[in-house]
Design a protein around this ligand. Structure first.
Ligand SMILES: Cc1cc2nc3c(=O)[nH]c(=O)nc-3n(C[C@H](O)[C@H](O)[C@H](O)COP(=O)(O)OP(=O)(O)OC[C@H]3O[C@@H](n4cnc5c(N)ncnc54)[C@H](O)[C@@H]3O)c2cc1C
Length: 367
């Protein structure tokens, strides 16, 4: 049932990965005002694209970008598929059919097709949040209740008041924020094991030897996946260069979790060269450590893929609550939004509002 909701019933969404972005988009479709906050410089979370500049062997400055989080995802959910096809028609999403590298063996079947953002991975979350009130580079350190109102405590500032809050964060980051309000959720979140992932990014001179290959899934060694992402090089940067991303296996990443990045970079670069089976001239490389890359095991969907406490007006979503990957994050964000929409959220009573509270772009105040 669709409910008429006041625009003053503002929902704060903490985290702008796929789960938070889908939650925000669904609430806005239902006529609700949302305020999306993320500690990063923009949306996307683990749907991430990293940009860098470097000087090539000829002394020319070049630009490169890598999808260093999720390289592409399979969409099972019908609504996610429909949305992606709409985005593809607008040129914003691309269905990518990975091609096994030429040395992967002639019998290697291509892996399933995957979706990615055309301009970048975060562009998919940008598209969902188009027109929403957003605030970046803001780490939420605590959630606070003041009467009927929720406030988000950030570095020395309180954001609010809000009628409801949704946490769309990896479990370890959600747990301390939940603890004062829902200790049971916090304990459950703290118990969700997440796999780490060391990710190596590099640029090489292009070689005909790779053919159309852009996907290597080695059976052993430190790496579980090597992806060629030359589509992320554009303009003059595309000439004569290939861009690469390699993800280490969870076990290797855990063993090396606290190793110096230089040592990890050296080990992974050597492993990439072994996987490609060809001498490679590298022009630039770096590493990124994902402490919380993916949940270890898809949990049972005990909360319908998300959590919503109608009394406290507190919600939680994220991939780990609905299974695995971007598809799960989408479903989880949608599930919490549906619960909020089905509950008529009242506008805050006067006592729940800070004096002179406004509903436009700058809700920063201290109650
Ligand atoms: C290396 C790697 C490979 C992957 N490969 C695949 C794949 O092949 N297929 C697939 O489907 N999925 C893959 N994934 C997983 C996929 O990216 C995630 O499942 C999905 O993006 C999770 O979305 P989310 O919204 O639940 O969380 P996230 O994307 O993690 O979003 C959480 C957001 O919360 C923000 N945040 C955290 N703490 C705070 C705070 N205190 N205050 C404010 N903001 C905060 C973060 O900045 C982040 O933007 C991969 C992930 C990684 C890292």
């Amino acid at each position: 049932m669709k409910t008429e909701l006041s625009s003053e019933a503002r929902v704060a969404i903490v985290g702008a990965g796929m789960a938070g972005a889908r939650c925000g988009a669904r609430l806005r479709e239902a006529g609700m005002a949302v305020w999306v906050v993320d500690k990063a410089r923009g949306p996307g979370g683990r749907l991430a694209t990293r940009r860098a500049r470097f000087v090539d062997a000829q002394g020319e400055e070049r630009a490169v970008a890598w999808d260093h989080g999720c390289p592409g995802f399979e969409a099972q959910d019908a609504r996610l598929q429909a949305w992606l096809h709409t985005q593809a028609a607008l040129g914003r999403a691309t269905l990518w059919q990975p091609q096994p590298g030429p040395n992967e063996g002639p019998a290697t079947a291509p892996p399933p097709a995957r979706w990615r953002g055309t301009a970048s991975q975060p562009s998919l979350c940008h598209a969902l949040l188009e027109g929403a009130a957003t605030q970046w580079q803001t780490t939420v350190q605590a959630l606070r209740r003041d009467g009927a109102a929720w406030w988000l405590d950030t570095n020395g500032t309180s954001l609010g008041p809000f009628s409801a809050v949704v946490l769309a964060l990896p479990p370890a980051q959600a747990a301390p924020l939940l603890a004062p309000h829902r200790l049971d959720w916090a304990r459950a979140a703290a118990l969700v094991p997440m796999q780490p992932c060391w990710t190596w990014m590099g640029v090489s001179q292009a070689q005909a030897a790779w053919g159309d290959g852009d996907w290597w899934a080695p059976a052993d060694g430190p790496l579980e996946l090597v992806v060629r992402q030359t589509h992320r090089l554009d303009g003059p940067s595309a000439q004569g260069l290939d861009a690469w991303v390699a993800h280490a296996r969870p076990g290797w990443s855990r063993e090396q979790l606290e190793s110096p990045p230089e040592a990890v970079a050296e080990a992974l670069q050597a492993a990439v060269a072994r996987v490609l089976g060809h001498p490679v001239v590298w022009q630039h490389s770096l590493v990124h450590r994902w402490r919380y890359a993916q949940p270890v095991l898809p949990p049972a969907e005990r909360w319908g893929g998300a959590r919503w406490d109608a009394h406290a007006r507190l919600g939680q979503c994220g991939d780990f609550l609905a299974g695995h990957g971007v598809d799960a994050a989408w479903r989880s964000g949608e599930a919490v939004a549906e619960r909020i929409v089905s509950q008529a959220l009242e506008p805050l009573p006067p006592s729940g509002r800070a004096a002179g509270a406004r509903t436009e772009r700058a809700p920063l105040r201290t109650p």
